[in-house]
Design a protein around this ligand. Structure first.
Ligand SMILES: NC(=O)c1ccc[n+]([C@@H]2O[C@H](COP(=O)([O-])OP(=O)(O)OC[C@H]3O[C@@H](n4cnc5c(N)ncnc54)[C@H](O)[C@@H]3O)[C@@H](O)[C@H]2O)c1
Length: 250
């Protein structure tokens, strides 16, 4: 029995990018991965890939800001093995469209950005935690961003709030034995980022790294596996930067 075998992990934004990779890594270690995505078809396709590889997974459609749907999703996840062990709050808006100056985006887009990136974390944590209490090793991992430490964008501000919520939830859930941590990825060449970020932006951001290597999904997966493992049993309320040294230069 390892840290993940026989356990249930809910991964939001689980249909693509980091979320899909998180689900595959957790399932490879014996967890049942419940992938939740606003795009139900990609969530189900990602779960089917895991099952084809011999793992256990369920794909569910749902918006992380929809309280009633998240309550249903968490209840469905908890029914697999009597509760939820891990919640990975990964779903987030970070496309070029949501990375613009506030005056360019306008109120509706900024509101949606905060609704998904910030309130989505609150909504899913409130829905999942009643199913996590009393589960040894239970933990939450939130996905923030290196943009949170650089300041100067609404996207970064939404991710700064995620780092703040990580500390607040760590305090509130410590009495239940639930650890809460976050990861701040730097520039990671997921499919979305590789396809849509202009080469000059990629080069400019990469020049801020200390390490020459490209950031990859695997780097963030390793950090998530560490934070959900017993090796991180004494770590809570922290945001781990995985940026190739980017934040060190800011
Ligand atoms: N890729 C990077 O370089 C990078 C860097 C720092 C932080 N991040 C953060 O990591 C997380 C994942 O990034 P990614 O690159 O894998 O993104 P991605 O766009 O490839 O995947 C995100 C997934 O979340 C889903 N999603 C979006 N809104 C949702 C909602 N309201 N409810 C449920 N699902 C929703 C999308 O459908 C998509 O499948 C995001 O929170 C992002 O802000 C990414």
């Amino acid at each position: 029995m390892g840290d993940w075998s026989g356990k249930t992990a809910v991964v939001t934004g689980g249909g693509r990018g980091f979320g899909k990779a998180f689900g595959a890594a957790l399932a490879a270690e014996g967890a049942h991965a419940v992938l939740v995505d606003i795009d139900g078809a990609v969530a189900e396709a990602a779960a089917a890939e895991i099952r084809a590889a011999g793992g256990a997974a369920t794909g569910l459609g749902g918006d992380v800001t929809d309280e009633a749907r998240m309550n249903e999703v968490m209840a469905q996840a908890a029914a697999v093995a009597g509760g939820i062990d891990f919640l990975i709050n990964n779903a987030g808006l970070h496309s070029d469209e949501y990375g613009q100056p506030i005056f360019k985006m306008g109120l509706a887009k900024v509101r949606r950005l905060f609704e998904v990136n910030v309130m989505g974390v609150v909504c899913c944590t409130l829905a999942a935690v009643p199913h996590m209490r009393g589960r040894p090793g239970a933990s939450v991992v939130n996905i923030s961003s290196s943009a949170a430490h650089m300041h100067g964008s609404a996207y970064g501000d939404s991710k700064l709030a995620v780092a703040g919520l990580t500390i607040t939830f760590a305090r509130e859930l410590a009495p239940d034995g639930i650890r809460v941590n976050a990861i701040s990825p730097g520039l990671m060449l997921t499919e979305t980022i590789a396809a849509e970020l202009p080469p000059e932006t990629k080069a400019r951001v990469k020049a801020m790294q200390l390490l020459a290597e490209d950031g990859k999904e695997g780097h963030i997966v390793d950090a998530m596996m560490f934070l959900t493992s017993s090796k991180a049993a004494f770590i809570t309320g922290e945001t781990l930067r995985v940026t190739g040294g980017m934040a060190a230069g800011v």
